[in-house]
Design a binder for this molecule. Structure first.
Ligand SMILES: NC(=O)C1=CN([C@@H]2O[C@H](COP(=O)(O)OP(=O)(O)OC[C@H]3O[C@@H](n4cnc5c(N)ncnc54)[C@H](O)[C@@H]3O)[C@@H](O)[C@H]2O)C=CC1
Ligand SMILES: O=C(O)[C@H]1O[C@H](OP(=O)(O)OP(=O)(O)OC[C@H]2O[C@@H](n3ccc(=O)[nH]c3=O)[C@H](O)[C@@H]2O)[C@H](O)[C@@H](O)[C@@H]1O
Length: 427
């Protein structure tokens, strides 16, 4: 099938390359010239395992452009995968979705054969039918479900293992209304060996929010129990190993630590909270889930002060800046509140991350003043005896922490074994 993808970020690029691997051809559309040039040179604009190899292998099966018209006229299915960030008040900002829908509508004017538009971006229930559909109809002069198809197909991939998640998902959720669109998507996803859940459009939208909210809840719940365990001298990882063996609960996604960050859990829980309030309901659990998560990274500093009561003038090493390992993404990373607090308390910071330092400089560009970006994790260990671990990169397992005070937010076994003083956040 010929596919066009609007928005070539983490989701657009990964799903696009995934569809190519399944035998399709893809035209990527973006507004960012830098990304377009990089994709056309088979260079991934983001770090994601296996992506570069795939882009090199399938050169010729895809290209990137700014031109919506060209992309729509030369494809049969268009996915919308633009960002859906938070507004200042936490509500969902649909400006990219809206401008994509308008531009698709304009391009669709000239297209005769049936074209299917699929919303892949995470959008609140009602958005595809209440915002995307009327904009495409207004700008194309055509009618949804008659002149063109419309569907909602949320994405569940995780950064770092994104290609594998896309190609081997637990399920594929497809929200559709008309039979013709359903057939197109059934065919497109046929090679994927996973249960296909067909629903109406707003149910598909809700499945995505409920999934992310549940996962965020699972971690905040585990961290709340983990904080109690810490006070009682209990290893919460052992606790959740035992808890997770109950098949109704499952052992996955139960790691206690300094909480969840990333481009989605924070913004999606906020958006769902705002939507719930708008509907006149009280999001009691969701609010608590967020509150636990905001406090959790500061536990690192609290524990550090047990051993180093005065941080003023001290150099503190921070290992890891990405919101999790195997990505260069620093959106809502727990490293930010940790480093902010260290600097507020008068400490100097020396930090290292294998992939995310350039992105993190967006928060703290004043290199050398209060924060130094090291060339290796060893350089951090040479500079100071006080270490905080924020992201569990594999290479941090290869270090010798002898003589160090380590406060660990993610459980790096080598630190637990070799540090002079070791504090785990929930163990
Ligand atoms: N990052 C992730 O792991 C996952 C993200 N999602 C959802 O997928 C959506 C996209 O997320 P990401 O890929 O992380 O975002 P991103 O920010 O990495 O990528 C979005 C891309 O859209 C482009 N863009 C913005 N406006 C545009 C327009 N009018 N026309 C064409 N391109 C435009 C941007 O330049 C950017 O390259 C969001 O709704 C997110 O919640 C869903 C599952 C996983
Ligand atoms: O909607 C999205 O964007 C995606 O959000 C998450 O994926 P992602 O943000 O890439 O990362 P996760 O692996 O879920 O980790 C999120 C955060 O939770 C933390 N985490 C994860 C697992 C765990 O057991 N404990 C824990 O603290 C991680 O350190 C990280 O900060 C979901 O896992 C995906 O299914 C979803 O598609």
């Amino acid at each position: 099938m010929r596919i066009s993808i609007i928005g070539s970020g983490y989701v657009g690029l990964v799903t696009g390359m995934g569809f190519i691997k399944l035998g399709n051809e893809v035209i990527f559309v973006d507004v960012d010239e830098r990304k377009i040039t990089m994709i056309n040179n088979a260079e991934p604009p983001i770090y994601e395992e296996g992506l570069e190899e795939l882009m090199k292998e399938f050169r010729g099966k895809y290209y990137a452009t700014k031109d919506y018209r060209e992309a729509i006229l030369n494809s049969d299915v268009t996915f919308i995968a633009v960002g859906t960030p938070s507004r200042e008040d936490g509500s969902i900002d649909l400006k990219y979705v809206e401008s994509a829908a308008k531009a698709i509508g304009e391009a669709l004017k000239e297209k005769d054969p049936y074209h299917v538009i699929v919303v892949k971006s995470t959008v609140l229930p009602g958005t595809t039918e209440g915002v995307v559909k009327p904009l495409i109809e207004e700008h194309s002069g055509k009618k949804a479900f008659g002149d063109f198809g419309l569907a909602m197909n949320p994405e569940f991939l995780r950064e770092g293992v994104a290609l594998n998640d896309f190609l081997n998902p637990d399920r594929v959720v497809i929200g559709v209304q008309d039979e013709r669109t359903k057939e197109v998507l059934e065919k497109l996803y046929e090679p994927i060996n996973a249960p296909k859940v067909f629903t109406d459009i707003k149910t598909a939208e809700m499945i995505k929010y409920a999934s992310n909210a549940f996962l965020a809840t699972k971690i905040s719940f585990a961290n709340e129990i983990g904080n109690i365990c810490k006070k009682l001298g209990i290893d919460s990882w052992k606790v959740f190993e035992g808890v997770g063996l109950d098949h109704r609960i499952s052992p996955h996604f139960f790691k206690t630590g300094i909480g969840w960050g990333g481009s989605c859990f924070p913004k999606d829980t906020r958006a769902l909270i705002r939507k719930t309030e708008e509907l006149g309901e009280e999001p009691l659990i969701l609010k608590a889930v967020v509150e636990v998560n905001e406090k959790q990274p500061l536990k690192l500093i609290e524990l550090l002060k047990k051993h180093v009561p005065e941080l003023k003038g001290k150099t503190v090493g921070v290992l890891g800046l990405a919101f999790k390992p195997d990505t260069d993404d620093v959106r809502e990373t727990r490293a930010y509140p940790v480093i902010k607090k260290l600097l507020e308390d008068g400490a100097r910071v020396i930090t290292y991350d294998p992939q995310a330092m350039e992105n993190f400089k967006g928060f703290y560009p004043d290199v050398g003043e209060k924060i130094t970006y090291a060339n290796s994790p060893r350089e951090v260990l040479e500079a100071t005896d006080v270490i905080l671990i924020v992201t569990e990169w594999k290479e941090f397992e290869e270090l010798d922490y002898s003589g160090k005070i380590v406060v660990d937010g993610r459980r790096v076994k080598a630190a637990e074994k070799t540090a002079r003083i070791y504090e785990g956040v929930c163990w």
